[in-house]
Design a binder for this molecule. Structure first.
Ligand code: F6P
Length: 359
């Protein structure tokens, strides 16, 4: 652990004696100052517990060799009962006068906290408040082809090309069909787009779903004084900048513009918003900015975010899950309207990172 880092020790630390032992171990082995916060998720909702057992527990490594999933589920139900017998809730008296903790009760319906102060601590708290494990799809799409795209220029605020406008229409058709499956969600679908013309023009054709919400935080990476050039022009006229960017695309900042790190910081409020939502959300954005949002949800190592493949005229349907995600990609041909599902083996780039479950 480096200074300023956050480490997560995941476990069922049901008893205060065990928690105290962990704290003691940390004190003995950590060679720097640290602050310990206990986070407890308490759930008394039978329906949620059952769903969690069936969806995430019986498929976990613990039950890898169990043929009968019903037996595995029963075993886990018994495990809960055993834990209940020895369970000791976090408390000031049991865990110590100074103990810091956050208890999230029934998926954030209620929060109990103690000794949680400071910038990072408050951020952890507000992040946790917004998390839930309910299923809901997040759709990512770049705007349709723009006049700048056609000419190979980066940045700018150009309008959609003819082809791009066609894509926007086809996108409307795609979501007409897709929205038939949204009745189960208790929250209305939302559409977010950037403040750029090409994104607004694409999102406008989805107004039959909901009025698009225009967000500055979703704007494309700002190319600063290189805005409006082609990649070739940059390479030819500013070879050092071209090289610098190739060497470290994540940290490279365009003069008077942004780096990918800047964009990752800028989209943070949108991440909270997407985590919080319980209904479908459609994001109409841009290549660079979608790389950052997608990268967060798909747990892509940060250095790989700037080179993620986010093709134009493609919808990424992404469903976050408790220990992974489901993803489908649909390439939409603006001219013919043909929708082709992209082979999941092409997109499952980081299967070791988490339990990626392509449909
Ligand atoms: O070319 C489209 C675009 O959205 C540009 O506006 C933007 O500069 C670029 O993609 C971001 O991609 P990269 O970081 O790979 O240059």
């Amino acid at each position: 652990v480096e200074g300023g880092d956050i480490a997560i020790l995941d476990g069922t630390n049901t008893r205060s004696s065990r928690r105290r032992a962990i704290e003691q171990q940390l004190k003995e082995h950590m060679d720097r100052q640290f602050k310990l916060i206990w986070i407890e998720s308490i759930c008394t909702l039978e329906e949620v517990i059952e769903k969690n057992i069936l969806k995430t527990k019986v498929t976990s490594p613990d039950y890898k060799n169990w043929q009968d999933s019903e037996k595995a589920a029963d075993d886990f139900r018994n495990r809960i009962k055993e834990y209940e017998k020895i369970y000791e809730s976090l408390s000031k008296t049991r865990d110590g006068e100074e103990a810091s903790f956050i208890q999230i009760i029934n998926q954030g319906t209620q929060i109990v906290m103690r000794n949680v102060r400071g910038y990072i601590e408050s951020k952890i708290l507000s992040y946790l408040i917004n998390l839930h494990t309910g299923d809901r799809p997040i759709y990512f799409t770049r705007h349709g082809e723009s006049e700048y795209n056609k000419r190979g220029l980066i940045g700018g605020d150009s309008c959609l090309s003819k082809m791009g406008s066609k894509y926007a229409e086809r996108l409307g058709d795609f979501f007409k069909k897709e929205s038939i499956g949204w009745k189960e969600f208790r929250e209305r679908p939302l559409i977010y787009c950037s403040t750029m013309k090409r994104a607004i023009q694409t999102a406008e054709l989805l107004s039959f779903i909901n009025t698009p919400l225009v967000m500055k935080s979703l704007d494309e990476i700002n190319c600063g004084i290189r805005d409006g050039l082609t990649y070739e022009e940059i390479k030819e006229n500013y070879p050092n900048e071209h090289q610098e960017r190739n060497k470290d695309k994540l940290h490279y900042r365009y003069p008077r513009g942004e780096s990918y790190m800047d964009v990752i910081q800028r989209i943070e409020p949108m991440i909270y918003e997407l985590e919080r939502r319980r209904g479908p959300v459609i994001i109409v954005g841009h290549q660079g900015m979608i790389r950052c949002l997608y990268g967060y949800f798909a747990c892509v190592p940060i250095e790989n975010i700037p080179t993620l493949d986010i093709p134009i005229h493609t919808v990424i349907k992404f469903v976050p899950e408790a220990y992974g995600f489901c993803e489908e990609r649909f390439a939409i041909d603006p001219l013919s309207g043909t929708i082709s599902k992209i082979d999941s083996t092409v997109i499952g780039k980081y299967p070791d990172q988490l339990s990626y479950v392509p449909k």
